[in-house]
Design a protein. Sequence first.
Length: 577
Amino acid sequence: MDPNDETIPLQEKEKDELSQESSSKESPHDEYHEDNLLCPQLQDSDGNIQIKDACSDPQILYNSSLFQVNEDDGTCYAECHDIIFPEDELNDSVEDEALGGWFKITIPNGRKYSKMWIINLLQSHCSVAFTPVDFQYNRNQIQFFVQNPRSAYELKNINYQLSDEENRKISIYVNSSTEPLSVQYQLTSDQMKILKLSMKKRYNVSRKSLYLKKFRFDPDLMDHGIDIFLNRRSCMTATLQVIQEDYPELLSLNLSNNKIYWLDGVSELIERAPQVKILDLSRNLLKTAWELEKMKGLKLKELWLEGNPLCSTFPDHSAYVSAVLNCFPELLHLDGWKLFPTVDEDTLEIIKPRKESYRGSESLKNLVMQFMLQYYLIYDYGDRRSLLTAYHAHSCFSLTITFNSNKPDIRTLEEYCKDSRNMMKLKDSYLRLRLLKHKKCKIVTCLHELPKTQHDLYSCVVDICAQTEKMICFSVNGVFKEMEGKSEGCIRAFTRTFILTTGRYSRLCIVNDEMILRNASPSETKKAFSTTMPTIFCAQSRQQMKDSSTQTDLKYLEDEWGSIGDDEVLGTVQTKD
């Protein structure tokens, strides 16, 4: 069944199928040829990205570089209404289960639901267990098949009875159907034996890895005339069945160079091999980042995507990394490069908002904490040039030094003086303008030249000053210690105010950054670093952060240094309708 096939009246459809079978003498596998199959024309991710959504959704994933995207409702496809079998007809099927009839389940506007979420929801409201076969996202819909008539009847009865997380009713349409493709063209028992022998030769016991690169050209399969195209649902289903039965401990799977153009079949790894940590999908035909959304249930540590068309759809490398991390937040390596370690929920508790001024939601608080902690992990322990990706192309930064009028010890802050833009002291309008760092490359250059630091995050207090649908403003107050130079070991007090908005691909980015520095008071110096920092800040973690930040973004820095003219203008937040 073509993944783009629309629902049509049953009698007409059966006539068409019978006429095709009588007139065609080709192998049943011919219809799977890659030139004949239409890849699902999945729409790009739609929806307005609004910060208020982060405040109200308790299920939000607190990723520092991405907001959650609310999918557009889309339109309800008329074909879903063509055949909704009446209760008496389904009851007749129930009375004669020996017929083994198949039913196609369609959920309009279901693209915004993850596979695990929607299946668990449906199963929890059905008294009869069912197994979804050939689950797929077709255009804006979810489609799958069930064989048990009782299950089909149960699913029909909960049509428009369930609500999603946005309190919208979920439509469920049940149509009788022919066998799904994975069943029609499933491998014979003899073919499965050959497939198992071939996969056994490719399995590394010590590494618990399975190497299926260019599997179509496996000598054993070719010698027996067995075509295994992993971009066919039936072939992928058979392969994953072998993995589930013979290699339940599988940790690493290589599916590169198999012309895979959609991941509906591969997504069955979530149920069949959930322990997989390393997945190689490089040099396939994946076209959009939406395909990765189908794999969200896997807790991957390493992923390879290079050589897929989707890699060239992003404006820059950081957008690519952010989109992948949104699907796999625990990812440590992407295309062979180390990524920054993620910040867990326990670490978020290091810093608390100022209670007397903060009245927002916990979701928004955690979003800000996640962003800020990742920022300072790189600022203190990584390569600050990697922060280029955290700033908007036309962002601004200013540094101001303040002194105690009674004891203006300027010598201890002399390394900051050349960049100080204290408006109370600076009267030269030209110099004021020059010291305002405009555009992210100049900002990151300035930050990179400042002395190395270690912030006492337990001393920090965050105040979320303002919030709109497209902007967050918050300040951070605390102390840090200089780690190099003439003033090594000196404690500074700082106040830093950030204004964040959403850029392309829903990434949080800084549009304004103001830093105010002064020498810490005696009481602040005494209290500084009195609490032991968590293990994420240990020496080994700091070195890993330094290595990963250098490897991940230096190339992007070189590419980006002179090409920021095409980014959106300051103040204009680009979202999708």
